[in-house]
Design a binder for this molecule. Structure first.
Ligand SMILES: NC(=O)c1ccc[n+]([C@@H]2O[C@H](COP(=O)([O-])OP(=O)(O)OC[C@H]3O[C@@H](n4cnc5c(N)ncnc54)[C@H](OP(=O)(O)O)[C@@H]3O)[C@@H](O)[C@H]2O)c1
Length: 220
């Protein structure tokens, strides 16, 4: 699959790009600045040992991708979507954005719509199938390419087939993912990230994660 990552020059987007490229997907990482995207793509390809990742300006990246992923700080969430909204029509958008409050990232503070993902869906309209996922997966896990990822993924969205695509992509990247219900439920994984940031601080670590228990082995 050809996957476009908006803000793919950052920590989370670069980590996802590495994992998916390692699994055999074609990646195009987007940036506000094409030269920066190309530079980061070259660095990631050097880690991979082959050229599976290209860099583009965000809009061109979305145009080239079959699926788009959004990994930008919440402050840039709406503005970034505005720049690519027409190109997203008909596609699945995986929103990884966590609406952290810069004044206190350890305290849950969700936007008036309930979550960043619901805001994205409202902004983009029904032609884009927004799926919320990967909020609880630390970039620290993703960048350690050879290591298993000790974290599950909660996948929220209103379109079942779009969620199946995302669950498959999570598996390709080495993660167990669960359909966690409607897009409105994205409030929970988005908010949970502040809880994990608290735990990181308490234990002086960078990669606290979550696990779902009770699933029969045959279904996991
Ligand atoms: N880091 C993690 O461990 C982690 C884990 C789970 C979820 N998340 C979430 O994933 C998202 C990305 O996190 P991150 O740590 O990768 O962030 P980041 O490295 O700070 O930023 C990602 C990219 O967003 C773009 N960006 C930054 N500020 C911007 C602005 N004002 N306007 C437009 N674009 C801007 C930049 O790309 P260009 O300069 O190239 O345009 C940057 O490389 C966040 O919402 C975060 O909460 C992060």
């Amino acid at each position: 699959m050809r996957i476009a990552i908006l803000g793919g020059t950052g920590k989370e987007g670069s980590g996802l790009a590495l994992r998916w490229a390692h699994a055999g997907h074609d990646l195009v990482i987007g940036s506000r600045e094409r030269a920066k995207a190309e530079r980061v793509a070259a660095e990631l390809n050097a880690v991979l040992g082959r050229d599976a990742i290209t860099g583009q300006e965000n809009l061109r990246a979305v145009e080239q991708g079959e699926v788009a992923v959004l990994t930008v700080p919440y402050a840039a969430h709406a503005a970034t979507l505005e720049t690519v909204r027409k190109a997203l029509a008909g596609k699945v958008l995986i929103d990884v954005t966590v609406p952290l409050d810069p004044a206190n990232v350890r305290r849950v503070k969700l936007p008036p719509a309930g979550s960043a993902a619901v805001e994205a869906q409202q902004l983009l309209g029904p032609e884009v199938r927004v799926v919320a996922a990967f909020h609880n997966v630390s970039a620290e896990h993703l960048k350690r390419l050879g290591d298993p990822i000790d974290c599950d993924v909660l996948v929220c969205g209103d379109d079942r087939s779009a969620k199946e695509v995302v669950i498959g992509l999570a598996a390709d990247a080495g993660m167990r993912a669960f359909d966690a219900g409607a897009l409105a439920n994205a409030a929970v994984p988005e908010g949970l990230t502040s809880v994990l940031i608290n735990i990181n601080a308490r234990f002086k670590i960078k990669d606290a994660g979550i696990r779902i228990t009770g699933i029969p082995q045959s279904n996991s």
